[in-house]
Write a protein that binds this ligand. Structure first.
Ligand code: HEM
Length: 399
């Protein structure tokens, strides 16, 4: 019988991937696993095999194909609704993705750095003026992540918390199909109203520009535009906020690495340290989902056309054949070849923005609050055990 996926995790070592991956990398690097719906995709655990899978355009993220490995009932609830662009049949996916390329150019993202710095400074001012201990997630991480993506897209800040709660319902493996559907409908409705408002009066925002160029010209329907913007908002705040929390936690529980981080001034060295934090922490810890459209061989295993594949990023990021002493956080290592943002054609659209956010957040946080520390023992930090992203409910800090 194939093992159930996702694998259980030892929550006393919250930043360690399930121990089972180490064994699989050695003994069964491409093995079948069983999902909640009985589907049995192939789990790929070695670095080089994950690289092969994510780099092969014939292995697609088309969630309408029967073999697509849906990870939860909530994820399957998207079917029948306007799908996020990256879950659509390949030809449609490429058309919609092309609409975003200009918007996420690294130069354009770099121009946002001063505004991101101002957002981070203001959130820290507010946190420092409030009571101690503070919950970093509620007082800082979520407000900053929601504001950065909201400013870029043109989503008003009033009501952002409600949009986050709806997004969590969609992203929780504990949500029923009905709960996820209701949350998806509410999110789609919200973004449809935003599309209509921008058709009447386009804002100087990503949504305003895409509505003018694509919706007003008839290239993109309003419901498809709503689902495109919804997916950007959804993908653009959760992983960032959760990484603000877990990156901070990883540095606090590795004081010698935090000491090294504080000394870094060269922007390239700060980026490299952030890449190592991403490799080590793996916020997007569940597998990248693919379906084979042709027969392929991965790691010596024949995978037939139509079968599902799970490429496991946190396992690959701890593969000792690529990263020396992979279970050690080492901010001086060369870690940019990690899979935190995926790889290949589906590489994260927002990675340039996210890297800037992380550089600004971690540097500013530890510069402005040199005595920052956990306000509770690590064992008392509550992790989100049912979500597709790895994160904490609260991160109680004091200084
Ligand atoms: C700053 C805001 C962000 C935005 C706007 C954003 C947006 C997106 C979008 C639209 C995709 C789909 C790309 C495609 O399929 O072509 C994507 C993929 C991905 N994102 Fe992000 N993202 C952001 C931040 C992050 C962060 C912080 C992480 C993790 C640390 C992350 C991890 C990923 C991963 C792993 C994928 C690949 C999915 C796959 O291979 O199927 N993203 N992102």
């Amino acid at each position: 019988m194939s093992p159930s996926y996702p694998f259980p995790k030892d929550w006393s070592l919250p930043l360690e991937p399930p121990a089972e991956y180490k064994r699989l990398r050695q003994e069964a690097p491409v093995c079948p696993v069983r999902l909640w719906d009985g589907n049995t995709p192939w789990l790929v655990s070695r670095y080089n095999d994950v690289l092969t899978v994510l780099g092969d355009p014939r292995l697609v993220v088309d969630s309408t194909l029967p073999g697509f490995p849906h990870l939860s009932p909530a994820a399957a609830a998207r079917q029948g609704r306007p799908l996020a662009f990256f879950l659509r049949p390949d030809a449609e996916y490429r058309v919609q993705r092309a609409m975003l390329v200009q918007e996420f150019m690294p130069r354009r993202m770099e121009a946002l750095r001063p505004r991101i710095q101002a957002t981070v400074d203001a959130a820290l001012d507010a946190m420092l003026a409030g009571p101690k201990p503070a919950d970093l997630m509620a007082a800082f991480a979520l407000p900053v992540a929601l504001q950065v993506i909201g400013d870029l897209l043109g989503v008003p800040h009033d009501g952002a918390d409600d949009l986050h709660v709806l997004s969590r319902t969609v992203g929780s493996r504990a949500s029923s199909r009905e709960e996820a559907r209701a949350a998806l409908m509410a999110l789609d409705d919200f973004f449809l109203r935003l599309v209509e408002a921008n058709l009447r009066e386009p804002g100087d925002t990503l949504i305003g520009r895409v509505v003018t160029e694509q919706v007003a010209t008839g290239r993109l329907s309003p419901p498809d535009a709503a689902s495109l913007f919804h997916s950007l908002y959804y993908a653009g705040h959760g992983p960032s906020a959760y990484m603000f929390g877990l990156g901070t936690l990883a540095l606090l529980i590795h004081p010698e690495q935090l000491g090294k981080f504080r000394e870094l001034e060269d922007p390239a060295a700060i980026t490299a340290a952030v890449q190592e934090l991403l490799r080590f922490v793996n916020v997007s810890h569940l597998a990248r989902q693919r379906v084979a459209t042709v027969d392929v061989t991965v790691g010596g295993q024949l995978i037939r056309a139509g079968e599902g594949i799970l490429a496991q990023p946190d396992s690959a990021n701890r593969d000792g054949t690529v990263f020396e002493e992979p279970d050690r956080l080492d901010l001086h290592r060369e870690a940019h070849r990690n899979f935190a943002f995926g790889h290949g054609i589906h590489l994260c659209t927002g990675r340039a923005l996210a890297l800037i956010e992380f550089e600004v957040v971690f540097k500013t946080l530890f510069q402005r609050i040199p005595t920052l520390r956990l306000a509770v023992p690590l064992e008392e930090v509550r992790f989100k055990k049912d979500e597709n992203l790895l994160g904490v409910h609260e991160l109680p800090l004091t200084w």
